[in-house]
Design a protein around this ligand. Structure first.
Ligand SMILES: [Zn+2]
Ligand SMILES: [Zn+2]
Length: 147
């Protein structure tokens, strides 16, 4: 019996109907149900887009879906700055135009509001986000930087 790798739902026929469609394109080799496949696809597209943006500027873009999910999990799905709203936006702590790459040590989940407040601003000069929140996020990201 085949099950979705992600949610564990049984794949195939159910009550005489095809309940879940298994798709196995080259990029996603695991067995996934339809909703999980689309979620994975969405995450892959998100991460690839930001890696591409970084590389186009000659910066490092090596973020993986697993790393992005781990970052979101570290903040319990919330925004890294306000710690209240949902952290769905991939935020570059050091913006790309200041040379920050799309890497584990430079990305955090942010809510729409905080992302809009900080957008394009260097963390050391932004006045829209409390400096204590900036400092907390800086400390968090430091552990992923090797030097
Ligand atoms: Zn599933
Ligand atoms: Zn926020």
């Amino acid at each position: 019996m085949r099950k979705c790798n992600q949610c564990g739902i049984q794949l195939g026929w159910h009550d005489g109907q095809l309940s879940n469609i298994v798709q196995r394109p080259k990029t996603i080799s695991e067995l996934l149900c339809y909703p999980c496949y689309h979620e994975k696809r969405r995450l892959l597209d998100l991460v690839r887009f930001h890696n591409y943006r970084a590389r186009k500027l000659g910066l490092i873009g090596t973020l993986t879906v697993e790393q992005w999910l781990a970052a979101q999990a570290d903040f319990n799905g919330k925004c890294a700055y306000c710690q209240e709203d949902k952290g769905d936006v991939l935020e570059h702590f050091i913006p790309l135009r200041y040379g920050g790459g799309t890497v584990r040590g430079n990305i955090v989940p942010a809510c729409d509001t905080c992302n809009r407040k900080k957008i394009g601003q260097h963390p050391s000069i932004t006045k829209n986000i409390p400096q204590e929140d900036i400092e907390r996020v800086r400390q968090y990201l430091m552990s992923f930087r090797k030097s």
